[in-house]
Design a binder for this molecule. Structure first.
Ligand SMILES: C[S@@+](CC[C@H](N)C(=O)[O-])C[C@H]1O[C@@H](n2cnc3c(N)ncnc32)[C@H](O)[C@@H]1O
Length: 194
């Protein structure tokens, strides 16, 4: 695993005074994602957080739903040691069993296109029901992102590129939620974009 980028200074830089994702914001998001899973009758008994960083998702589940099985993974040796994750590169790794909910929050922009393609296949294999995915696209970089607090040393790709990869495995439900195609969850026509 050659990447040295995600060392202590990376987390200091992007998670101190104006964090990209604050713990409070992630807690609000996790509350909403978990509630949407309940709405779809998805029993969230297991959660995998890929590229977990400071581990905010894992911590929220430990605090609010301690019986849910949690696994957090990251490529960063520093994050794994400091925040207690298993060390894996999602472009090369897939868990042996699938998880009801998989989270991949702000990670795929660090991968080249071929790595991201493999990562999406691994995320799909790892997901039993629902994937929550956030990744900045070229359009976001041009129009939506706060360049002062966001790492722009990334591989920017279009939304169309991501959709093409993701729609091989998932239906897009909006707000970052992707529901496993041909699984148990049935979305009404206007709940999904396909
Ligand atoms: C912007 S941080 C996001 C952290 C966390 N998900 C959040 O939303 O706060 C990106 C994280 O992705 C991890 N990462 C980057 N490439 C990865 C890969 N190929 N496999 C697993 N984790 C990776 C980095 O080490 C870093 O912790």
């Amino acid at each position: 695993m050659p990447r040295q980028k995600f060392d202590a200074s990376y987390y200091r830089r992007f998670y101190s005074s104006t964090p990209v994702h604050s713990r409070k914001k992630v807690e609000e998001l996790a509350t909403a994602v978990h509630a949407m899973c309940s709405w779809w009758d998805v029993p969230v008994k297991s959660v995998l957080d890929v590229g977990a960083g400071l581990g905010y998702w894992r911590d929220w589940y430990a605090k609010t739903h301690p019986r849910v099985k949690r696994l957090s993974v990251d490529i960063s040796a520093h994050a794994c040691e400091k925040y207690g994750h298993e060390r894996h590169d999602i472009a090369e790794w897939c868990p042996r069993t699938s998880f009801d909910l998989v989270v991949c929050h702000g990670v795929l922009q660090y991968l080249t296109s071929s790595q991201a393609e493999r990562a999406i296949t691994n995320l799909a294999t790892a997901t039993r029901h629902v994937l929550y995915l956030e990744v900045p696209t070229t359009d976001d970089i041009e129009h939506s992102i706060d360049a002062k607090s966001t790492d722009l040393d990334i591989h920017a790709r279009s939304g169309a590129w991501y959709r093409k990869q993701l729609l091989r495995h998932f239906d897009q439900a909006g707000a970052g939620l992707w529901v496993k195609r041909d699984g148990d969850v049935v979305l009404y026509e206007l709940e999904r974009s396909r």
